[in-house]
Design a protein around this ligand. Sequence first.
Ligand code: ADP
Length: 172
Amino acid sequence: MSGAGNLVAIYPGSFDPVTLGHEDIVQRTLCVADRVVVAVAHSSTQSKRQLFSVEERVRLLQEVFQDEARVECTSFEGLLVDFARARGARFMIRGLRAVSDFEYEFQMAQMNRQLWPGAETLFLMPDVSYAFLSSSLVREVAVLGGDISRFVSPLVARGIRRKLENHRRAEE
Ligand code: ADP
């Protein structure tokens, strides 16, 4: 994939919050693409319980990848294929953790192909130590007072702690 010097891959998701599994996928993407745009989706987050706003998630991603000049973190509204096309990116990256991810990812990739036949979805597998990790589990463990330091970057763990303290204070 690399060589031309300008191969851009989009890595879309909710990233609520970014976990070490996501970071693993970004690092793997950097091995095959010149640049990665990590893109927080506005649309796919509405039905889920949110911890961070889209803007807060983008900020956390920017902090996590601040030393990676080839990584850009942003958000997008509307169709992923429209965003990718506007950015000149034909490759979309998704992580595959287990068979359970497959069906949803298969449907999405096929739908995106219908919407833009020129696009390709590439699936990357994280290190096996992250195969069980999801943002929703991290949120749940954090809310219940568990230790999440092995699952997210220290700055993300701090952000979560601060957010939960604010929630608690607001409820008092
Ligand atoms: P979405 O709501 O789009 O699934 P997520 O933020 O949960 O957004 O995930 C974004 C992408 O990263 C998805 O392709 C998901 O499969 C992948 N992903 C999530 N957690 C991990 C992990 N621990 N290891 C590898 N890939 C992951």
